[in-house]
Write a protein that binds this ligand. Sequence first.
Ligand SMILES: [Ca+2]
Ligand SMILES: [Ca+2]
Ligand SMILES: [Ca+2]
Length: 497
Amino acid sequence: MISNVVYGLVKTSIFEHGYTAIVEDIVWIKTTEVSNHEYRSFVDSQELNISSLLPDSTNWELSGAFMEPFTKHYFRHPAYDDYPVVNISHQQTRLFCEWLTKQFNAKLRAEKQSPYNKIRVRLPTVSEWKNTARLDTNPWSAYPWNGHSLREPTGAQKGKFRCNFVRSKGDYSGIPGALNDGAFITAPVKSYSPTASGIYNLAGNVAEMVDKPCIALGGGWRSRADELQINASPIKYGPTGAMDVGFRYVIEVVEWSIKPKRKLTITAKAIEESIYRIDTNLLMGTEEVSNHWYSTYARQSETSMPNGSIWSDVIPYSQKLESLYFKDNRYKSYPVTGVSQEEANEFCVWLTTIYNQEKKRKYEEVVIRLPSPKEWMDMRDKLYHQVKTNTKQRTLVDNFNCLGQLDSTLRFHNSMNDQPRNKELDGFIATAPNRKFKVGNFYGFFANAAEWTNKKDTAIGNSFLDSKEMLFDNPLKKVKSSNAHTGFRYVVEIIKN
Ligand SMILES: [Ca+2]
Ligand SMILES: [Ca+2]
Ligand SMILES: [Ca+2]
């Protein structure tokens, strides 16, 4: 099950069950609507003002139906423990989320090994909710499953309804038998088949609140089939909620615990292993300079690493990269970015000294420097012919901006892991590890990070921000200052053999 995958991934008790990642390692959504039992544990843990936290049970009224038992028992009776909490206000859900944030952060503090320092529980945004509904479907799908049928297409449940809604005006339970969705009002939060990601009742049962007040998504037990569609108009609710409106929350990680990079000694041999001959006296780095190499330089020359905040300019949900990219061991093999052309030059000078000073070295004297635009372009033309091989082997040429727009959907963010759901995606929203994409003998040459040249204010090559169409053209770029998508690779020029 998904929950186990998530647990395996994060190794922290707060994710033990009931959550699915919607932004890899950053945002999780609860797989069920919040139940009466869960909301009650919040209310019952408070000492003051409990009455202001209780659902407004007077909302239970429906002309022509006998609702008194719900008014009296729905929230408190154990028979309804696993039913979604309803009749609560937007403000009450906020207090619930604040309370749960404190509970979870206390748990994290108690766990020495947790990868997270701090999380925040909150209602999802409209787009997070909709993208959750489309995690396992075609982008154009009307419901949180593929196809237009509201009945199970296969399996033991074939022909049964897959959600709780209204069949026709005034009919909340349907007629008995297979036509019936089985629920007169709400159904337990784990009713019906979950999506492939393990999420229950996105469509129907109770409409779900989002961060924006007064609107709830997905339709509820009083909604018609068309009102359950992902893009249907939201349900409106009043100041004390409604009997068909509940919520589910997301957990967003805001702070990670840092595992510092291990110490690295850069030797002449390591430099020799990092380059490939491109001309008689010229060798080029086969990959972009990594965070690990750059931080080794930074430590030894008392230079600072780039500031993680540059990530917020280029991608949504940037907090993980902001806190970890330039500091943490997990990103040691990613290209360093956020360095200015001058800083890249200084790194090259430092590396030259390292090489020429060492006793065990292949070449008597070298100069390590940034490539000229021409040197880089000549290499590009050679590599261009090898792209065919990649096509034949069905391996991607590089890490670029597959969907053309970064904030299009969460399924894109979700593809930050190594196994994208869709083969057309390269799997990375920001940079990829240096050695992930290869053409000929070179990694990350066409994209991943753009690269500084030795020509003033000029970078070359594309980056994770550029579309596929740009991958093979337009490589020269005027760049004034450091940014999150420009890194560099060096060339080694042999002065004396
Ligand atoms: Ca729902
Ligand atoms: Ca990408
Ligand atoms: Ca590159």
